[in-house]
Write a protein that binds this ligand. Sequence first.
Ligand code: 192
Length: 271
Amino acid sequence: MIPTHLKVLTIEEKPFVYARKIEDGSDCSEEEIPCPHYNSTDDSDQMYCCKGFCMDLLKSLSKSTNFTYSLALSPDGQFGSYIIRNLSMPGAKKEWTGLIGELVYERADMIVAPLTINPERAEFIEFSKPFKYQGITILEKKLRNTMENLTCATVKGSAVDMYFRRQVELSNMYRTMEANNYDSAEKAIEDVKQGKLMAFIWDSSRLEFEAAQDCELVTAGELFGRSGYGIGLQKGSPWADLVTLAILDFHESGVMETLDNQWILRNNMLN
Ligand code: 192
């Protein structure tokens, strides 16, 4: 018998996951799922409630695949990338951060988030087939020739960061970006709005959502680094095939389309 109660992790990333902090001990609404943040560096655990495309997807997956879950937010706030320890030594090893690290070090069973499937991660964790296809694009502010700041940046420990690290011909760009990289997409978007950052390079699904909310923002250039979002599982997880089957079924039966309409298209059109 395989355990049917899973430790699921997620991360805030609109419109896939909205996380609302609870200060006064009140409950989450019916639409929301409790998603505490267990702080990895100190004891300042915080209560949050999560909703969004991925949270509805988690509810549907748990029903159709028959598992129960406890949800929590990424302990270090990252999606997950690697650092190489002892680079010049024979025993050089990749050490994973963020959500990916939690699966690799077996502290969690499943990631339900807008998590990019890429080759480096797929060597260490299992991915379901994609539940969404998208790519990378650039967020800028309109009317921007007066800006003194010409920096580009992404967020540390993300698949976008890994994309630039992987492209040998972009290594100069990677090095300059690395120095400017942010801890969160929220802060980077805020800095684009304020003219402190010229270009924020990130997932198109998020940036198109942000540009639709704020007429001062635009996405620039073509979509590149096309990829898919998948459910993350431990290597060899007995849930992998079942989760993939459920996702394929959701594509075919219109569940994904309903989630798109509810969380992505409606928001993009309302503004
Ligand atoms: N989807 O790291 C992301 C990831 C790329 C921006 C966040 O998985």
